[in-house]
Unconditional design. Structure first.
Lengths: 497, 503
């Protein structure tokens, strides 16, 4: 597959991108959208099913009120209007992982509509307008066996797990996002990141992109710069990390531009994103005329949330994210740059939780944005999924503050935490990581360093204190890192005073 | 003393209560009748002799132990094959569900079991309840006990024929456009379509969800009231279920049987008269109307002008809903699977299986419904049909401001010869002219026998309609007319070849 690409800077010099994001949020209700089956992730296939979610003849749906509540809260948090009256509709199409061969969704009467989310991108605020947020049920999950690609083409048989069928989903659809220009990939990423933070704050979903509890479809089109005419779009399906959202937009912009520059036209289609190399490949053609034969679900009565209930739910909303960021920045004493980096790294709530667990804001920021960010990047996972919890980070910092370990040893504690070796304290004990605070042993190592580096020692005696670094390094090496560098420095300066 | 099977359900219940008979004896008597007659009638698709006898023995044991019992505990019943019965085959009259055994009970099945009525088996029906003659069953037509060359009506021909031929005193039917009431008229039995939402649809293999309603098939109005009270009431599993039970049905039937209808305002529907109605049906209808007057009712003519559009609206709404409902029959999870040669895709298997499993009428309606819901046609067809539906609801409301119940013949003619309309779907659809409006508006309706045709000796039916939730009115007027007509006839009418010779 050899898609010709155009350099990103050239793309934005010639074209205006239009973005559209459809985000599916799997709710964390105890039971499914239309039946009483449990929603827990990872059960044995087809053990969390009943006549309704299996679509057995005669079975009927009943709306999960908790899912409606979650939908309304998401809508309110996205500044949407909440419908006084809306219905479910059947979206009809045949696919083996859909038990009824129609998906119970909402069509022209979504429960939430006309909202917005302000997202921060490199210090600028972009208002992303929300067209709608509606309720629907998830499909089952197909596994295709025997093919080379894991896709249905070429497979010799397929297995379907209906545990996921009927899990409540909220689909949040933006209006076309225009004017992002070169920042389009970042806007897409920031929107999904902030939407995820909002969902986490609402507590309505596990919000695990790696487990598919938040899934983004990225629509993109290009139009000649300044023309104001929307181009033909492609829809890249199921982009499952923040980084991938950014990469998918970037790749599609470059690919579209190459096609358009060559005088070609963009095929309206869905595309698959490939995590490994950040590319997309052709899925299935998708025309606007695709006919799902929507009609109101006759087995359900309309959903008509009372205004009193909506206002009651408004009272349960978490703090507005923009206001919250301002408050946290104030409380933490972060500079604008530090705050922007924290938000950009998707670390805001992680830092917040780490601070809540007892760490200082700067130490929390330091760990999440340096060592742990690097590990997440290397592993290709989100920061939140790096394998260390905010409580553990705070625990490590407590050990540093107590001078039980130093920063370098702390990194080894993180290794142990990711490997699941226990609490920070247990790891320090098991790996023998505690710094040597016995002045006798330290003193001997300092003496040895002075002895083997007489030139350096002389410089320090002459008042060139900066040269102490070389001796500290030698001592730390001797102590195999298990020493408090501050104490070592004190000892060196005392001995050479 | 007549044979047990000829007794009404209420009489059988009384005999059980007095210790005159046991449930096992009653069930055995009905099983014997089924064994003797089902070869001719084909009313039952599946007979559960051992299950019914077991349930009967359990009922007798409960009675012997002095446990509190439902009034109908121990009285046998048959269930239309459209309702899910755990452990008993449920096919909806279709090849595509041949051999399917539901792992769960529909709510009405569960209520019947909880009340202790032994289930004799599952009754034949037009495939997925599509038809007015029962000729569309994939398992062969049901024959009318009054004349084996005639249709028994549809889609619930099996339940109606079973009740008429004393195979069961009670049966469950489902009525989407007349499938309980029209077979009632064709077989000289009583059939009730309750208020939409008053009997749970959970477990009913849906034809058209917004029209379907389960209801009783019996030989008397009182039996229907007893059965509707048993199966009705709110069900949290059915979102369209009304919150409160429709009550007072048995009381209304008992009150009506006393024969006083003074003060009752009865409206004869102007739009359900005319050339489409055969003279023998009209003759019996007029006779019943004059009986109503004799009983003290005020009879007037009322017009519900939008009824003329009911058929058109019905044949858009029903196919639209059923085209979607029947999509689940795709050979992936249950039912018939036909695997074509070569290395077929899942879609190939779906296509070939559906082609093999569905009959012509089912395919016809799926195609019509798919077309009616298509983008660009939705507003012109489904949307317009829903507007007509609103007009019909408004017509009913207006009519019920001036009358308490509406009345018409149930069907335009008596039972026709098997095969006569089999190739003419429009002629078949027109048989439901009088019954369809009630389904579109959700109002309750009852059909009771109005006599026997002077032309062909086959039964005719009269239909009453009442406002939503006012089912009790149907039982009052139905029981009054029934009592007066029985008096006039000197006893119940019935298919002579199926009544016992010991009477």
């Amino acid at each position: 597959m050899a898609d010709t690409l155009i350099d990103f800077d050239e793309v934005v010099a010639t074209y205006d991108p239009a973005l559209g994001l459809e985000v599916h949020v799997e709710l964390n209700t105890n039971t499914k959208m239309f039946c009483g089956c449990p929603t827990t992730f990872g059960g044995e296939p087809n053990t969390q099913v009943c006549p309704t979610c299996l679509g057995l003849p005669g079975a009927m749906p009943v709306v999960n009120a908790k899912a409606v509540e979650a939908a309304i809260r998401i809508g309110l948090a996205l500044n949407c209007d909440i419908a006084e009256w809306c219905r479910f509709a059947r979206k009809n199409y045949f696919y083996p992982d859909m038990p009824k061969n129609f998906q119970t969704s909402q069509y022209d009467e979504p429960i939430c509509f006309e909202g917005y989310l302000d997202v921060d991108v490199e210090g600028e605020t972009f208002r992303v307008e929300i067209e709608r947020a509606h309720m629907e049920e998830d499909t089952g999950k197909s596994t295709h066996i025997g093919g080379a690609t894991g896709r249905i083409q070429g497979a010799d048989h397929s297995l379907v797990d209906y545990n996921r069928a009927g899990i409540p989903l909220i689909e949040i659809v933006t209006k076309p996002i225009l004017g992002a220009g070169e920042k389009a990939p970042l806007v897409a990423r920031a929107y999904v990141a902030q939407l995820r933070d909002l969902i986490v704050a609402l507590g309505v979903s596990d919000a695990r992109m790696d487990q598919g509890s938040i899934r983004a479809d990225v629509n993109l089109s290009l139009s000649p710069k300044g023309s104001g005419v929307l181009g033909t779009r492609t829809e890249t399906k199921n982009v499952n990390s923040l980084r991938s959202v950014e990469r998918a937009v970037r790749f599609e912009m470059s690919r579209h531009a190459a096609v358009l520059d060559a005088g070609g036209s963009i095929l309206q289609e869905t595309r698959h994103f490939h995590e490994a190399d950040g590319t997309t490949s052709s899925g299935r053609p998708k025309s606007d005329a695709e006919d799902y034969r929507y009609f109101p679900e006759p087995d359900l009565v309309p959903v008509a949330p009372s205004r009193e209930w909506v206002e009651e739910l408004r009272g349960t909303l978490p703090e507005n994210p923009t206001a919250k960021r301002a408050r946290l920045q104030e409380e933490w004493g972060f500079s604008d740059l530090e705050m922007r980096d924290t938000v950009g790294a998707g670390a805001l709530s992680l830092v917040e939780e780490t601070v809540a667990a007892g760490a200082s804001p700067q130490s929390a920021r330091k760990w999440w944005l340096s060592d742990l960010a690097r590990r997440a990047n290397d592993a290709g996972v989100e920061l939140a999924e790096v394998g260390v919890t905010p409580e553990q980070v705070a625990g490590v910092q407590r050990l540093v503050d107590a001078k039980t370990i130093n920063d370098k040893l702390a990194r080894q504690v993180f290794d142990g935490l990711i490997a699941g070796e226990g609490t920070p304290e247990e790891i320090v004990a098991a790996r023998g990581l505690a710094v040597v605070s016995d002045d006798g042993a330290l003193s001997a190592a300092v003496d040895k360093a002075i002895e083997t580096n007489p030139d350096v020692a002389d410089k320090i005696r002459d008042g060139k204190v900066a040269a102490a670094g070389a001796l500290i390094g030698a001592v730390m090496k001797e102590m195999r890192g298990q020493a408090d560098a501050g104490r070592v420095r004190e000892l060196i300066l005392e001995k050479l005073a | 003393m007549s044979a047990w099977i000829e007794r009404t359900a209420a009489e059988q219940a009384a005999a059980l209560a007095s210790g005159e008979v046991t449930s096992v004896e009653l069930v055995q008597a009905h099983l014997d009748q089924i064994a003797a007659t089902n070869g001719d009638l084909n009313a039952f698709l599946h007979v559960d002799a051992s299950g019914a006898l077991e349930q009967a023995a359990a009922s007798d044991a409960r009675r012997a132990a002095g446990e509190p019992l439902h009034e109908l505990d121990g009285v046998p019943i048959a269930i239309k094959d459209v309702l899910a019965t755990e452990g008993l085959p449920t096919t909806a009259g279709s090849k595509i569900l041949e051999g399917w055994i539901p792992p769960y009970d529909g709510t009405v099945t569960a209520r019947i079991k909880a009340a202790g009525l032994p289930i004799l088996g599952k009754t034949n029906m037009d495939e997925f309840a599509m038809g007015s003659s029962n000729e569309n069953s994939a398992y062969g037509a049901v024959r009318n006990p009054w004349n084996l060359d005639r249709i028994p009506g549809g889609s619930g021909g099996g339940s109606a024929a079973a009740v008429a031929a004393f195979q069961a005193p009670l049966a469950i039917g489902s009525d989407t456009g007349g499938s309980i009431r029209q077979p009632g008229a064709m077989t000289g039995t009583v059939g009730v379509k309750p208020t939409y939402g008053s009997v749970s649809r959970y477990g009913v293999i849906a034809l058209a969800n917004s029209l379907d309603q389960l209801g009783p098939c019996t030989r008397t109005v009182l039996d229907a009231a007893l059965l509707q009270e048993l199966i009705g009431g709110h069900d949290p599993m059915d979102s369209t279920s009304v919150p409160n039970p429709v009550e007072g049905l048995v009381a209304a039937a008992r009150e009506g049987a006393a024969g006083d209808l003074s003060g009752l305002r009865v409206g004869v529907v102007k739009e359900l008269q005319g050339d489409a109605w055969s003279a023998d049906v009209v003759e019996r209808f007029d006779e019943s109307v004059s009986v109503l007057k004799d009983l003290g009712a005020d009879v007037v003519e009322v017009s519900l002008p939008s009824f003329v559009h009911a058929m058109a609206a019905y044949y858009l709404i029903l196919p639209a809903e059923c085209s979607s409902n029947l999509a689940k029959f795709d050979a992936m999870r249950y039912g018939l699977r036909v695997t074509p040669e070569g290395s077929p895709s899942a879609e190939d298997v779906m296509r070939v299986s559906r082609d093999a499993g569905f009959g012509d009428e089912v395919k016809r309606r799926i195609i019509i419904g798919t077309y009616a819901l298509s983008s660009g046609y939705y507003d012109a067809y489904y949307g317009q049909a829903q507007k007509i539906r609103t007009l019909i609801i408004d017509d009913f409301k207006r009519a019920f401001e001036s009358v308490d119940v509406l009345v018409s013949p149930t069907a335009p003619s008596t039972a026709w010869p098997i095969g006569e309309k089999a190739d003419d779907p429009l002629a078949m659809y027109l048989q439901d002219l009088a019954t369809i409006p009630a389904n579109l508006a959700g109002v309750p309706g009852i059909s009771i026998p109005s006599g026997v045709s002077s032309a062909d000796g086959l039964p005719t039916g009269i239909q009453f309609l009442a406002p939503v939730l006012e089912d009790a009115r149907l039982y009052r007027v139905g029981a009054a007319l029934e009592a007066a007509l029985l008096d006039k006839w000197g006893g119940p009418i019935g298919p002579s070849s199926y009544t016992s010779k010991e009477a």
